[in-house]
Ligand binder design. Structure first.
Ligand code: PRP
Ligand code: ADE
Length: 192
C-alpha cells in the first residue's frame, strides 16, 4: 500500500496503518483481494494512530455528528465522536433500527443494498462527517450522504481508512463532498 493524497506525506503512521491491514485473496469470492481491518484493531498503537489522525482533522471543524456505516464504520466512528465531542449516529442495514427511520437504497455491483437512519438522530443544520473503513465504488457513502442531507444536515466530509483506487468515478457519486482517505492498496478488486 501507499499513502493517499491526504496531507500526511511522509507520516510514518500511514505505513504502519498499511502494514497492519491484512489482505486476504479470494474472499468473499474468487478474485477479490479483501482488505481486512480487524488486524489493525489488534494493534493498540496503530488503532489509536488511525483514530487520532481523524480526530486531529475534525476536532476544530465544528462537527456535531459522526455518522458511522454498519458494520466496519462502527469500529472507528464512536472513538472519533467521543474525542471530538460529537454524537455518534449509526447508519444501519435494513430492519435493525427500532425507531422511525428513513431509508436509502444503493446499487452494488451485483444487486442492491440499503442504509437506514433514525429520523430523530440529527437536526437541521448540524455538521456531519461520515466514517467507514473502506470506499470502493462510493455507493455506500453516497447513500449515507443522502440520508443526512434529507434531514438537512450538512455533510462536511466522508472519511475512510482505505480507498480502493480503481473505483473510478466514486468522487462523482459523492455529490461533490470531499473524501479523506488514509491509504490506498496498490492492487485490489472490490466486490461491491
Ligand atoms: O464503496 P462501496 O462500493 O459502496 O463499498 C464499500 C462498502 O463495502 C464494505 O461494506 P459491506 O457492504 O461489505 O458491509 P459490512 O461492513 O457489513 O461487511 C465496506 O465496509 C463499505 O461499507
Ligand atoms: N476489497 C475489499 N475489501 C474489503 N471490503 C471491501 N468492500 C468492497 N470491496 C472490498
Amino acid at each position: 500500500m501507499f499513502a493517499a493524497e491526504n496531507g500526511l506525506k511522509g507520516d510514518p503512521r500511514l505505513q504502519a496503518i498499511s502494514d497492519a491491514i491484512r489482505v486476504i485473496p479470494h474472499f468473499p469470492k474468487p478474485g477479490i483481494m479483501f482488505q481486512d481491518i480487524t488486524t489493525l484493531l489488534l494493534n493498540h498503537k496503530v488503532f489509536k494512530d488511525t483514530v487520532d489522525i481523524f480526530v486531529d482533522r475534525y476536532k476544530d471543524m465544528d462537527i456535531s455528528v459522526v455518522a458511522g456505516i454498519e458494520a466496519r464504520g462502527f469500529m472507528f466512528g464512536p472513538s472519533i465522536a467521543l474525542a471530538i465531542g460529537a454524537k455518534f449516529v449509526p447508519l444501519r442495514k435494513p430492519g435493525k433500527l427500532p425507531g422511525d427511520v428513513i431509508s436509502e437504497a444503493y446499487e452494488l455491483e451485483y444487486g442492491k443494498d440499503c442504509l437506514e437512519m433514525h429520523i430523530d438522530a440529527v437536526q437541521r443544520g448540524e455538521r456531519a462527517v461520515v466514517i467507514d473503513d473502506l470506499v470502493a465504488t462510493g455507493g455506500t457513502l453516497s447513500a449515507a450522504i443522502k440520508l443526512l442531507e434529507s434531514m438537512e444536515a450538512e455533510v462536511v466530509e466522508c472519511a475512510c481508512v482505505i480507498g480502493l483506487p480503481e473505483a473510478k468515478g466514486r468522487q462523482s457519486r459523492l455529490n461533490g463532498k470531499p473524501l479523506y482517505i488514509l491509504v490506498e492498496p496498490r492492487e485490489f478488486e472490490g466486490y461491491c
